[in-house]
Design a protein around this ligand. Structure first.
Ligand SMILES: *Cc1c(COP(=O)(O)O)cnc(C)c1O
Length: 423
């Protein structure tokens, strides 16, 4: 049996209708921005394997750090114990995060980072004996697949089977160009009419919605409205963190600072699953008490896994090198040139760029759904050409590893231009 045949016998894949989906491609190795399948066909990984891999596949620098940690202390429980890798990651993050972030809580993936933030927002007011149980979120948000994260998410594909079973979430429009005032007003109304505990948002770019972008000034205003009303703000930087927007964090563009930040995806350079939620001292203090019931009773078995911490430290060190910062600027400049080239194409609705993130919306005769027919046609075309891209409906986006070469990037652009002609 081939790997693919064995796969279909044993495995259940994420976001997959197995009856109609194509069989998965078995990847046997990766290096830099490239992947090879079991038949040695080469692919350019133009979405950094779901946005996790900025420094290339099989990165030796991170692998060495992981090996060293694995053979020193692979894991130890974090209840009642601590270790240097966790402390070093915390110190490093507090140095580079928005200045008000003072406390670091570890978990395992983006969804749990969000789950922790939402639970903290709710318990913060519980601990203060204040009834605030509503969470505010953007339309078309994506925050993960665990229950509170799913409740905050607004893409119906992911949540429709569970409607009616969620915590209380109220949605406001994203302040994209022309919708800013509507977004501000809706937020004011929601806060007046509900007992709001927190507002969670993807700062500047909504990833899973198709790289929908909005301006830092609009986000600053939404945060100020929350601050005036004592509503906690949660920046979900799971996708945007660690250089994707051109700055270390998307919040670095915004004049206001959030109460909490969620991190995962590129945190460990795409090697080991790990996540972090960060907090202000003020949030932490609402749990600091002689009463044990005021503690945050949340944890995961692998919390602050030392090997994951070693990978995170190595990744952040790589991100801070001049070489990597130059790569980010190089890709951004290249995207902007490509954007100019195609934005006036008759089949293009609009194109947009922020940092290494590029997205183009393609005209279509019918309303394109998330996993609709145009999406499938595009996806298959890209795979056949050896480029890994996962369109969202009629939106094709690129989120490359920062080490992608100019030549590889040009091939990705060319393939997208061909796809636009094809559909
Ligand atoms: C991917 C993502 C998540 C969920 O992360 P998982 O690791 O898949 O659980 C949460 N928020 C945002 C913004 C994401 O892009």
């Amino acid at each position: 049996m081939t790997l693919t045949e064995k796969d279909s016998q044993y495995l259940w894949h994420p976001y997959t209708q197995h009856k109609t989906a194509a069989t998965p491609i078995a990847i046997s190795r990766g290096e830099g921005a490239l992947l090879w399948d079991e038949n040695d066909k080469e692919y350019i990984d133009a979405i950094a394997s779901w946005w996790v891999n900025p420094f290339g596949h099989s990165n030796k620098f991170i692998a060495d750090a992981i090996y060293k940690q694995l053979t020193t202390l692979e894991h130890v429980l974090f209840g009642g114990f601590t270790h240097e890798p966790a402390i070093k990651v915390a110190e490093k993050l507090i140095e580079i995060l928005p200045k008000n972030q003072q406390k670091i809580f570890f978990s395992d993936n983006g969804s749990t980072a969000v789950e922790v933030a939402i639970k903290v927002a709710l318990q913060y007011f519980f601990n203060k004996n204040e009834k605030r149980t509503t969470i505010i979120a953007f339309e078309n948000a994506f925050h993960g697949d665990t229950f509170a994260a799913m409740a905050a998410s607004g893409i119906s594909f992911y949540t429709q089977a569970f409607q009616g079973m969620f915590i209380d979430v109220v949605r406001i429009p994203v302040p994209v160009k022309g919708k800013e005032e509507e977004s501000f007003e809706t937020l004011q109304n929601v806060i007046q009419n509900h007992h709001c505990a927190g507002f969670i948002f993807e700062p500047l770019v909504q990833g899973a919605a198709g790289m929908v972008m909005y301006e830092p000034e609009a986000l600053a205003k939404l945060i100020r409205i929350c601050q005036e009303n004592n509503v906690l703000t949660i920046a979900d930087e799971v996708m945007t963190g660690f250089g994707k927007t051109g700055k270390t964090f998307a919040m670095d563009y915004v004049s206001e600072q959030p109460d909490m930040i969620c991190l995962s995806k590129a945190l460990t350079g795409g090697t080991i699953p790990m996540a972090i939620t960060t907090f202000t001292q003020e949030v932490f203090d609402a749990f600091y008490d002689d009463d044990i019931n005021k503690a945050l009773f949340h944890g995961h078995t692998f919390t602050a896994n030392p090997t994951g911490c070693a990978a995170a430290l190595a990744s952040i060190n790589l991100l801070q090198t001049q070489e990597m910062q130059a790569n980010i600027q190089r890709i951004n400049a290249s995207h902007l040139t490509f954007q100019k080239k195609i934005e006036n194409h008759p089949k293009v609705i609009t194109a947009r760029t922020l940092g290494v993130i590029f997205a183009v919306e393609i005209k279509s005769d019918s309303e394109e759904s998330y996993y609709g027919s145009m999406r499938t046609k595009l996806y298959n075309f890209f795979i056949e050409k050896g480029v890994v891209l996962r369109p969202v409906g009629n939106i094709v986006y690129i989120l490359p590893p920062y080490i992608m070469t100019d030549e590889q990037l040009q091939k990705v652009y060319k393939t997208i231009e061909e796809a636009i002609e094809m559909v």
